[in-house]
Design a protein around this ligand. Structure first.
Ligand code: GDP
Length: 296
């Protein structure tokens, strides 16, 4: 994760710290290099530009060039601004609502939505000792419903029995009713995925949202698609109002552009990241830890 960026930033900042005295021109040159490194990591242009502007403004403000350890001060500012760009605080999934808490999982087909639903369910069961029910609302793809049922069996998380012929809204209502009757804490609703964002998909998810009033609407996006993941997040947010992002396949993402720009571009927190295919391969996204990792 972020390997190339870590190498590049490490090199640039090492050179700065080794130099001792620094001029403003040295700092400006280093920041140009940082900006290039961010853009090569597929960070959105405006995010990279804002980041550099903030670092430069602070570097001038604290009189970096006159300090005893100017390079280290720049590194500290870069670190702080990176944390701020990533969202400052880790934000987990909120369950602060009346049980059963409805959570809507949305996203494009293949983004890892169904796998993430099962991962989240298992995490809530094992870590937070919650009673969780999962339901697939994918009425057009019976295979998707069966996939969730299989994942339920593998993870030991109950799934809503499949009833043929029901609409997504009917299934969502049935899931909430089963959640109430069964004393569940959380109901995870895995909506239908599509290969592209289309109006029919959005209309259906909007209808489901109205029917169950979810406490969280989590957009699942594939980190490997880079800036496309951000375009997807914006489209879903505009149509639905997303409360958080689950960014999958971070394990294969050497560049990191989606993870780095998602918060700044969409204003939505990355709540969880997928780090592999196994059920345990899910982590919270902690801006502080991510910044530490990137800066080595
Ligand atoms: P959906 O169509 O959005 O529901 O996607 P699936 O949940 O079926 O996932 C598609 C594929 O991506 C499956 O083979 C998953 O095992 C894989 N996958 C999902 N999340 C991750 C992840 O975080 N890392 C990796 N390496 N693979 C993942």
């Amino acid at each position: 994760m972020f390997d190339a960026l870590t190498d590049r930033l490490g090199g640039i900042l090492d050179r700065l710290t080794r130099r001792g005295a620094l001029t403003e021109a040295d700092v400006a040159e280093a920041m140009r290099e940082v900006r290039r490194a961010l853009i090569e990591a597929d960070v959105a242009l405006e995010v990279a530009r804002d980041f550099i502007d903030r670092v430069k403004a602070r570097a001038v403000g604290v009189d970096v060039v006159k300090s005893v350890t100017p390079g280290q001060m720049v590194v500290k500012i870069v670190h702080d601004e990176l944390v701020a760009m990533l969202g400052s605080e880790a934000e987990g999934i909120s369950l602060a609502a009346a049980a059963p808490v409805p959570i809507l999982m949305v996203g494009l087909q293949g983004s890892g939505k169904t796998t993430s639903t099962a991962k989240i369910a298992r995490r809530l069961v094992t870590r937070e000792k919650r009673k969780v029910l999962m339901a697939s609302l994918d009425t057009r793809r019976p295979a998707a419903m069966e996939q969730l049922a299989t994942l339920g069996q593998q993870t030991g998380v109950p799934t809503l029995p499949i009833v043929a012929g029901q609409s997504a809204v009917q299934i969502a209502r049935r899931a909430m009713e089963a959640g109430r009757l069964g004393g569940y804490d959380v109901v995870l609703l895995d909506t239908a995925g599509r290969t592209t964002i289309d109006d029919a998909l959005m209309a259906e998810v909007v209808e489901v949202k109205r029917a169950v009033n979810p406490h969280e609407v989590l957009l699942v996006a594939d980190a490997l698609t880079g800036q496309d993941a951000i375009v997807t997040a914006r489209a879903f947010d505009q149509a639905l109002g997303v409360t958080g992002i689950v960014l999958t396949r971070l394990d294969g993402d050497g560049r990191g552009g989606a993870a780095l720009s998602m918060r700044a571009v969409t204003g939505k927190p990355i709540k969880l990241v997928g780090t592999g295919e196994s059920f345990d391969a899910v982590d919270e996204f902690d801006p502080q830890r991510v910044a530490n990792r990137i800066l080595g």
